[in-house]
Design a binder for this molecule. Sequence first.
Ligand code: GLC
Length: 649
Amino acid sequence: MITVKVFGDPIPTGAVTATVPQRDRVEHLQVSVAEKTITFVYKLGTEDVVYGLGETMGRVNKRGGHYISFNTDTAEHEDSNPSLYASHNFLIVWGRETFGLFFDSPAKTEFWVDHQGSGELRVVCHSRDLRLYQIAGERPYEICRTFLKAIGPGYLPPRWAFGYGQSRFGYAKEQDFLDVVRGHEEKGFPLDYICMDIDYMDGFADFTFHPQRFPDPKGLVEKLKDRGIRLVPIVDAGIKIAPGDPVYESGLKGGHFCRDREGGCFRAAVWPGWTHFPDFFNTKAREWFGKQYKFYTDFGFEGFWNDMNEPAIFYSQYSRTKKLGFFLDMFLGEKRKEEKARAMERDYKSFYHDMDGRRLRHYDVHDLYGALMTRASSEGLRKLLPHRFLLFSRSSYIGAGRYGGIWTGDNTSKWEHLLLNVRHMPSLNMCGFLYSGADTGGFMGNCDRELLLRWLAFSVFTPLMRNHAGKFTKDQEAYRFEGPEDFRSILTLRYRLLPYLYSEFMKASLEGDMFMKPLSFVYEDPTVVPIEDQLMVGDSLMIAPVVTQGATGRRVYLPEPMTMVRWDGDTFTCEAMDRGWREISVPLGQVVFFIPEGKLLPVGKAITNTAQYDTEDLTLLGTGNSYRLYTDDGLTHHCDLQNIVTLTK
Ligand code: GLC
């Protein structure tokens, strides 16, 4: 049961698509309205667990933290940082009383969750216009599913988007992409796509190719597609101010850019230098932006990667303090951080949207901007392409999970960020972002062999499995490392598991369910509640990734009897195990996972590209009797739960 209480006059955010009954009362929470804020307070029981908040730092149980929904371009993924790139204001309180809350407001929203032992959940919305959704249910999983159904079925990527992707900020010419393909082919590593970072562009301007370094984009797309590889270009939010450029000129002429205080087009500097930001709050501007993707689809591109859409601002016409950009800022102290935060606030307070006749100050609706960019691209691509496309974004707001996936931005090559990736996945799923993943191997800093192998071994289970590294970091492609058999083992496992991963993902997305869940959503066993480094993946699989440097295995808790499956590069070895704690050895290059009693997990043949995918000759692992396999051609928009065949042992 979900109800909504409306405060003030909120804009439609598009987050909830279901018709939800209104109610005047707010259950559970104390509410106080001040001049510019509304505060909600709930006294937490000592044992209460708080889930949700999607892309935030901290654990899966959000207790102990202070989190701010205010989308920020930040490479500082540390617990002291309250804001990342996204705003996912959904939470579940589970304990003495159990209920769900969704603070549907695109303005800055702060959450203190038993912060410094305060014993309370305090939520401050920095706006008096908001919809507060209250969700009733007995258990967190039930509340979550009610919520996911209310925000609509999730984005459905094509099957090739479940293949392995390689990326790097720095691939700057055609040959770099051909080398990546060759590197994978030579080692027999599977690959499905390569991302093209901003270096493909001419002057970092969207909807351009550098004429010398990429003289024939169509030819390149075709050449790689013949080898099964798709190219996925990045598209940034800002449009380069480039008189004479057709995209810039048509945006200007159509009045599609955000306005400054004086009524001109707001100017902000990002990668290309000075840009204007498309006004994604405006229907016509969204349509205009969506149409621009024709530039790429005409060349044959079918996948896209939207970035810098918080929107990131290096400096603006009003504030020049951010000039150094984030790489240098990383090395500058607190003072610089405060200065940056002030500049950011000043910038966001100085431009405006025209939401189809309603003028909005950006600052008041900031958290929705990236989500609306995703919507614009998704709606445009839906018209331009006859089939499903890959689309993922950095910034997001709840509801954007219907239009595309997300990745979690500029993490670092360190073990803590592998664990963060593990924790993020269930939290993102709770908020409707099933197609998600992190930069495998880490974006900032240098990744070593051990970390990359362990990270890949976890990413095998995340829908988006992309190795991405930052500029000036050490080479991070799997084929660059010694001992290719370990990498081949893990990458091959991803492809052998595709029938299961794809099927479970599609069923979950179509049904309004989660794909990756905390154990506590499935098992009523108090032991599992604090376990955050094991996850359920679909219905027939539990994983327990190794996230510690130097570890040769780990302790795993089995909440019921399970089949332990060990993958060692070409065979699966199965072993029945009882409920309880186990010490499991996991040598580098192997992957161990668990199938609950009574479940089956289909695995396919070893392939190196999703074009070779077939479900003819599946092996069924586990002790169950049957498995419901979702099937389609991997491209059609007509996805429906009728497309299920029952496999029996
Ligand atoms: C941002 C993105 C990163 C990308 C870089 C250059 O930092 O988060 O993934 O590589 O911009 O486009």
